[in-house]
Design a protein around this ligand. Structure first.
Ligand code: NAD
Length: 488
């Protein structure tokens, strides 16, 4: 008799009521899943990009048709407001379409100039899928975030084993189920469920690449485990993104965007706004505009619950720290924390050394600080160990400021807009990770490349051989002289 699998219960963070359950995967089950997709991977990789695109387009249509189910799951399992669930799902389909349509640009062999030393050769770069990609996802955007890896990995011909967050397993299962319905001949997307131990089992199961999205702390453990087998990793980690407001910004529009960027999805957005730096002249007016908008919003109405219970303690701790360190609460405060909800909190004049400025809060809390000029705003933004995204509001110098920021993405006169442009890579630097999802770099991320040189004709000069003659050496001397003159 087969042993009864351990079940993983999924609960609604708003009510704590069970939403459903899935079988949890132990390391043996994870290994079986990896073996299964590995067996199916060659046939999927052998399809041409047009055929893979047709399959992925069919998946997209089926997901769109069954969208009601996923939106309900996002509301029930991740505690999302319906509008946030709809936005997330639209973004997912947008990216899937783009990845399927553009994979051929990355997989087509690319001719490369051979250069003066290798005249007579044809040089070509070819890219191939890795094979099996393990994807480990977070709970805050349980479809959008992992699909940044899953869609791009599948489009480039990989098979995927996906471990969704233990807080959003049904959402992950729905993705695998709809894929199986759309692409029954190619079982190249499977889901394994469980917490950290299942994720660790996936890392150790011999995948060819690991795409991790989550906190910097877990990322560190995953990377250390990948080092054992030299498995390449993609790290999409947390952020402490700032919005910078210059004196010539449209303040009303900036306030609308910043409040949305900080509070949407209950502030549980990796690239959401957590810090705001406002240039002195317009600080008081900007703070008032932000406060005015934030205090009209209520958790549980415009945005949803905090999906992971432990996060509520982090949010409360950061509010306490900001106030203890000398900051002031302009909207809400400690009383805003009423689990599983947190009402909007706007804090002002919080010292940069405070935990509320230094660490990721991941809640509907905005810290709004005054700076003397744009340069100080840039310096403070860049001083964070995180460098994921940022926003700059202004007219004359906003683009200049954007080019001085250390993060991987910047929105000018908007927030998180880069995440909705499939052609733009998404990812961070520093403690926010490395590697990119989305765009051409996001497709390349799931391919490995091989460089091929092909001798087309034999030249009289052949310096790469034993028994070189005077002519060969003369040719090398001439090449050296060209470099001395600064030529190529
Ligand atoms: P987390 O680090 O707690 O968990 C992420 C995933 O890792 C989960 O599936 C978890 O089960 C798994 N895991 C835990 N321990 C593991 C281990 N030892 N080995 C392998 N897997 C393990 O993160 P979270 O709380 O689910 O997500 C929130 C975090 O994710 C925030 O920091 C947020 O900023 C970040 N995030 C980043 C991006 C991005 O694109 N940069 C996007 C979304 C979320």
């Amino acid at each position: 008799m087969l042993p009864t699998p351990r079940m993983l219960l999924s609960c609604n963070p708003r009510t704590d009521e069970p939403v459903g359950e899935v079988a949890a995967a132990d390391s043996a089950a994870v290994a079986t899943a990896v073996r299964g997709v590995r067996a199916a991977a060659p046939a999927w990789a052998a399809l041409d990009t047009a055929a893979r695109r047709r399959n992925l387009d069919r998946w997209r249509r089926i997901m769109a048709r069954r969208s009601g189910e996923l939106r309900r799951l996002l509301a029930e399992e991740a505690g999302k407001a319906p509008a946030d669930a709809l936005l997330e799902f639209d973004l997912v389909l947008h990216h899937l379409q783009w990845a399927a349509a553009n994979a051929r640009r990355v997989l087509a062999p690319r001719r490369v100039g051979s250069g003066s030393m290798m005249l007579g050769h044809r040089s070509t770069l070819i890219r191939r899928p890795y094979g099996v990609v393990g994807v480990i996802g977070p709970w805050n955007y349980p479809v959008y975030t992992p699909m940044g890896s899953i869609a791009y990995a599948l489009a480039t011909g990989n098979a995927v084993v996906f471990k969704p967050s233990e807080y959003t397993p049904l959402t992950g299962a729905w993705l695998a189920e709809t894929f199986a319905e759309a692409v029954p001949d190619h079982p190249v997307l499977v889901c394994v469920h469980g917490g950290g131990e299942t994720g660790a089992a996936l890392v150790a199961a011999g995948v060819d690449k690991l795409a991790f999205t989550g906190s910097a702390g877990t990322g560190r453990k995953v990377m250390a485990a990948c080092a054992e087998s030299l498995t390449p990793v993609l790290m999409e980690l947390g952020g402490k993104d700032s919005a910078i407001v210059d004196a010539d910004a449209d303040l009303e529009a900036a306030a609308d965007a910043i409040v949305w960027g900080g509070l949407m999805n209950s502030g549980q957005t990796c690239a959401g706004v957590e810090r705001v730096y406002v240039v002195g002249d317009v600080y008081d007016r900007m703070l008032a505009l932000i406060a005015d908008r934030a205090e009209k919003l209520t958790a549980g109405v415009e945005y949803g619950a905090i999906a992971m219970p432990g996060q509520i303690d982090v949010i409360a701790r950061h509010i306490d720290a900001a106030l203890a360190d000398g900051g002031r609460a302009v909207v809400g405060g400690r009383e805003s924390v009423r689990p599983p909800f947190v009402d909007p909190v706007v804090l002002a004049d919080v010292p940069e050394t405070s935990e509320a400025v230094q660490s990721e809060t991941f809640g509907p809390v905005l810290v709004v600080n005054r700076v003397t000029d744009l340069q100080e705003a840039i310096d403070r933004t860049n001083a964070s160990r995180y460098a994921l995204g940022a926003a700059v509001f202004g007219k004359r110098r906003a683009r200049w400021a954007a080019s001085r920021l250390r993060g991987g993405m910047v929105a000018v006169n908007g927030v998180v807009d880069f995440g909705a442009v499939p052609g733009l890579p998404f990812g961070g630097n520093g403690a926010s990770g490395f590697g990119r999802i989305h765009g051409i770099p996001g497709l390349e991320e799931f391919t490995t490349c091989t460089s091929i040189t092909e001798k087309r004709f034999r030249l009289p000069i052949r310096p790469q051989r034993f028994g070189r003659n005077a002519l060969d050496l003369r040719a090398l001397e001439l090449l050296l002289m060209r470099h001395r003159r600064g030529r190529g």
